[in-house]
Design a protein around this ligand. Structure first.
Ligand code: PBG
Length: 331
């Protein structure tokens, strides 16, 4: 018997064969586009304020956010995830549950203009607190977990009341999924699903986002509530806890350096799993592509497909519109 008997290359010989045995599919309908909606962007040309570290991404007025939503929907992108950039901040982050806040206004406007597009909202206090932490502070400067839960739940209800299709808590306080579920149910939003940022790691890859959202902590860091990137088993515990507390979907964030975590969470829960391809991951690709070091289209499709292969059902990505366009014109 001549070696090699098994020839892996047989099924790689033609596009038709490769297509036949491809294990993973990437569709625009699996992608969510994050949008930054700002109280002050309406004074900028076109209602758009560029973000230096995220080429192609802007802080948007409500009208510009509706435009983006229309474009995303036309390309078949599943939905948008809204982040607020408020003009005013305070100790409690009270802008987070303001009925006239940018997220609430944009949610109403997008659901009216493009009802078929999903609107997800990020539920957190860090964009709204003067100190930039994701919960309220005790006198000693530490983040008070239980005192933050009520405020987060109130924020989630204000998003649901504005018409959000799903709320996505990203604060990493313990017990927030149960607190949000109870408040939603009590206020008549029993049917609003929760996408929990279950395994959210303290990461250097959030840098550009914090510039975009103005949410860099004024002191210290987020390591007392976001996860240590050295830990995988703990990520599974977080996902299982959120499942128990009533999460409808769980998320792993960041994505690129966390394929193993996505795969573990995929196996450990029966819930749909999302991966968040974060701002720093986007910025790296954009910078390398602008320098001519990599082919942007090829790199983005490879990255997004790898997240699907790792086990993500849904991907939150700033590349969503580009990827949808490329997927529609694949050769
Ligand atoms: C808010 C929040 C952050 C991101 C999503 N929600 C920033 C952070 O935790 O510091 C990061 C998103 C990105 O980098 O694209 N808590």
């Amino acid at each position: 018997m001549a070696f090699p008997q098994t020839r892996m290359r047989r099924l790689r010989a033609t596009p038709g064969l490769r297509d036949l045995v491809r294990e993973t599919e990437l569709r625009a309908g699996q992608l969510i586009l994050p949008l930054f909606v700002s109280d002050t962007a309406s004074t900028q040309p076109g209602g758009r304020e560029p973000i230096a570290t995220m080429p192609g991404v802007q802080r948007l007025s409500v009208d510009a956010a509706v435009e983006e939503a229309r474009e995303a929907a036309a390309l078949g992108v599943a939905g948008v995830m809204l982040f607020g950039v408020p003009a005013q901040k305070d100790e409690q982050g009270s802008g987070a549950w303001d009925e006239q806040g940018a997220v609430q206004l944009a949610t109403r406007a997008i659901k009216q203009a493009v009802p078929e597009l999903l609107v997800l909202t990020d539920v957190c206090l860090c964009e709204y607190t003067a100190h930039g932490h994701c919960g309220v502070l005790r006198d000693d400067g530490s983040v008070d977990n239980d005192a933050s839960l009520q405020l987060l739940a109130r924020t989630a209800v204000s998003h649901a009341a504005a018409g959000a299709d799903m709320v996505a808590p990203s604060d990493m306080m313990d017990g927030r999924v149960a607190a949000i579920r109870a408040e939603l149910d009590g206020d008549g939003f029993a049917e609003t699903p929760i996408l929990a940022y279950s395994a959210k790691f303290a990461s250097a890859f959030y840098g550009p986002f914090r510039e975009a959202a103005g949410s860099t902590p004024a002191f210290g860091d987020r390591r007392s509530y976001q996860m240590d990137y050295a830990n995988g088993r703990e990520a599974v515990r977080e996902a299982l806890l959120d499942w128990q507390e009533g999460a409808d979907m769980v998320m792993v964030k960041p994505a690129l350096a966390y394929g193993d975590v996505i795969a573990q969470v995929r196996r450990a829960t029966r819930l749909p799993v999302a991966a968040y391809n974060v701002s720093g991951e986007y910025a790296m690709v954009k910078a390398a592509a602008a320098a001519g070091y990599i082919d942007e289209r090829a790199a983005v499709l490879e990255i997004l497909t790898s997240l699907r292969r790792a086990g993500a059902d849904t991907i939150v990505t700033y590349h969503a519109k580009d990827a949808a366009q490329w997927l529609a014109h694949q050769t």
